[in-house]
Write a protein that binds this ligand. Structure first.
Ligand SMILES: Cc1ncc(COP(=O)(O)O)c(C=O)c1O
Length: 415
């Protein structure tokens, strides 16, 4: 069959598609259960699941809410009552002054990035504009979203080693260039896959850089404050007209509901709203309708601070301990977990590619994500791209421990 160039882009296999396929499989070809340390599934936290179940009952029993957000098409901007409650909550919490004109809902924030990146980058008349990712590694899901040619530029980070077994990336501010073909800067904070949280100074500097060049700074806040607040270090969050902030309900525990949020200047919100209409008629309103009461009364923040944040903080500390024990004496380092739900492992002396390591681990029933997918926009030949893997730490603790021991065993034979 003769597909378009656009269609063929997806047929060769993309990193995100491989990751999502892995996520859907629960056992290997030989029928053995897998240690599922790939994918981006959040933890199942009982109090969060129970809250959602209660809200679901209330919603089903309330004919007004049900008829408004389920039994009719919603507005292309997204469920109005949810947006109003969210605006009041964010203004109260952050002392901002956003209005409903600053918010649009999307079918997950992945969908928001597809629209946002193609809105800003790609063909601008005779020019081809790009998005600057100030440092790689960055989120795998950005990689293949461009409608046309590649739209990302990135650069290597500075690597600080910490003790014998940890490290941390920093933006190489002195070498960061914003050329005339850059139409936006984007960072995930906390960063998927590394668990890095860009410091307030790094964000301030990027914010000023974006303003100087009259291009927006996009902050992907999928794991950030004030919900789900999976952050273990002090950091603050600002918004103004030149910042595009994306949020998601996925890491709050509701990835299946596909609900994303964009906060930006009205011009951007209007464009995304029109795109929503063309692509989806309107974004899904079901979850927004169900969950609206906890945004109205603010309890989404308490749930995040009381259950989600402490869960992941403890898990990060446990996972680091399991890693340090399993890899003691081996040439392996883990990125400091400042936020998010992953351990990012670096094997500086490994002799095979991250894809080969992934395959070898899969044969031993451990599913991780090979690291080379997390370098969108970084074309340079850098061996580090082949030396890392991402491990999800939100699942079953025994599986994580066993998985880490198996990975350590492989690394022992390979270095
Ligand atoms: C940094 C980051 N951004 C965006 C997304 C997309 O999330 P969703 O489409 O579920 O809102 C993810 C998902 O894992 C992520 O890790």
């Amino acid at each position: 069959m003769d597909f378009s160039d656009f269609g063929n882009k997806f047929r060769g296999g993309t990193g995100i598609a491989e990751l999502m396929q892995d996520l859907a499989s629960t056992q290997n070809a030989d029928g053995q259960p897998l240690h599922e340390l790939g994918g981006g599934n959040p933890a199942q936290i009982p109090e969060i699941n129970a809250t959602y179940a209660n809200l679901l009952h209330q919603y089903a029993d309330n004919p007004v809410g049900f008829s408004r957000s389920s039994a009719r098409y919603g507005a292309p901007q997204g469920e109005k009552s949810f947006i109003t409650s969210l605006v009041k909550l964010l203004n109260r919490h952050h002392n901002w002054s956003i209005t409903e004109q600053n918010v649009v809902l999307t079918n997950g924030s992945q969908n928001a990035f597809f629209m946002l990146f193609n809105l800003l980058a790609g063909k601008h008349g005779s020019e081809h504009k790009k998005i600057l990712l100030p440092m790689a590694p960055e989120y795998i899901g950005y990689e293949d979203v461009a409608l046309g040619d590649s739209i990302f530029v990135s650069q290597r980070p500075i690597i600080d080693t910490i003790g014998e077994q940890q490290f941390k990336y920093r933006v190489d501010i002195d070498n960061l260039q914003v050329s005339s073909d850059i139409s936006g800067i984007c960072v995930s904070r906390p960063t998927n896959p590394t668990g890095n949280v860009l410091s307030n100074d790094e964000i301030k500097w990027l914010d000023e850089l974006a303003s100087q060049h009259d291009i927006p700074l996009i902050i992907d806040n999928a794991y950030g404050a004030p919900f789900p607040n999976i952050i273990n270090v002090p950091c603050s969050l600002h918004w103004h007209n030149n910042i595009v902030l994306t949020l998601s309900l996925s890491k709050f525990g509701l990835p299946g509901t596909r609900t994303g949020i964009v906060i930006a200047r009205p011009e951007i919100i209007d464009a995304l709203t029109q795109m929503n209409a063309v692509m989806n008629l309107s974004p899904t309103a079901l979850c927004a309708g169900i969950i609206q009461p906890i945004f109205e009364d603010g309890s989404v923040l308490e749930l995040s601070n009381r259950y989600i944040q402490p869960f992941y903080k403890q898990r990060a500390s446990d996972a680091m301990e399991w890693f340090e024990t399993a890899f003691a004496g081996l040439p392996a380092r883990a990125h400091k977990i400042e936020g998010a739900i992953f351990l990012w492992l670096w094997f500086p002396q490994i002799t095979i590619s991250s894809a080969e390591l992934y395959q070898r681990l899969k044969k031993r029933h451990v599913v991780v994500v090979p690291g080379h997918y997390f370098f969108p926009g970084l074309d340079t030949d850098w061996e580090h791209k082949q030396q890392c893997i991402r491990v999800n730490i939100s699942g079953n603790p025994d599986s994580i421990k066993t998985g880490l021991n198996i990975i350590a065993d492989e690394i022992r034979t390979l270095t």
